[in-house]
Design a binder for this molecule. Sequence first.
Ligand code: GLY
Length: 279
Amino acid sequence: MEWIGLNQLRTAFFDFFKNKGHMLLGSYPLVPKNDNSLLLINSGMAPMKNWFLGKETPPSRRIVTCQKCIRTPDIDLVGQTARHGTFFEMLGNFSFGDYFKHEATKWAWEFVTCVLKMPQNKLYVTVYENDDETYNIWKNDIGISEDHISRLGKEDNFWEIGSGPCGPCSEIYFDRGEKFGCGRKNCGPGCECDRFVEFWNLVFSQFDNDGNGTYTRMKNPNIDTGMGLERLACIIQGVDNLFEVDTIREILAHVCEIAEVRYGESLKNDVSIRIITGI
Ligand code: GLY
């Protein structure tokens, strides 16, 4: 696998999906417009909810973006570890009643194996427990061996954040190798240890969740994918933490320069430097 810079990864994703007929849109602001269910934008699909729900018409039925996002559940850990942050960029390709599972899976596989040249033996996929259709696409159409496909439950393979469009999903994982693993017999995608890293989530967005647990089938099934750019960069650049990714290292160096401190010399300062860099 070749080293690729974070900015080049973003461009490669845009070019790939533009060639597949997608319209490139810029990132929406982090503060949502007309959406009381969210304080901050937390995923590529969040600013597009009305397009998924058919309440408004998107400018194209195929869209590609890199959305600035903030997720805060682990905010107390930012700085304490070398992997937590709150701000990140999310790459996504979206279909509004256009293509569905076949194209979404085939193109995701083509991007990771042909463009990024990830070794196939290190890639694993998961599907929602009763989603035989997606299981068979991975196995028969893409040719993934069954020991690299697993079925997981709602916690892992059903995507929703708050209210709005949601559905079963299929995730792609990268195996970082035994040295990152817990060594348990059943260690595999979905395990809590650091070996299998989930990096791309393909959501088969079919339901509208009213936020109180009522799921209404949407008029059209849609595709919503999300791939964290920094997490992808960690895999491609062969580093284990966010702060070693090329662009983020530069931000960290700038923080050190203006604060007149050195990274790696004092635990207390390192925590502060990481907080300023990672939030
Ligand atoms: N909307 C898909 C994701 O954020 O993973």
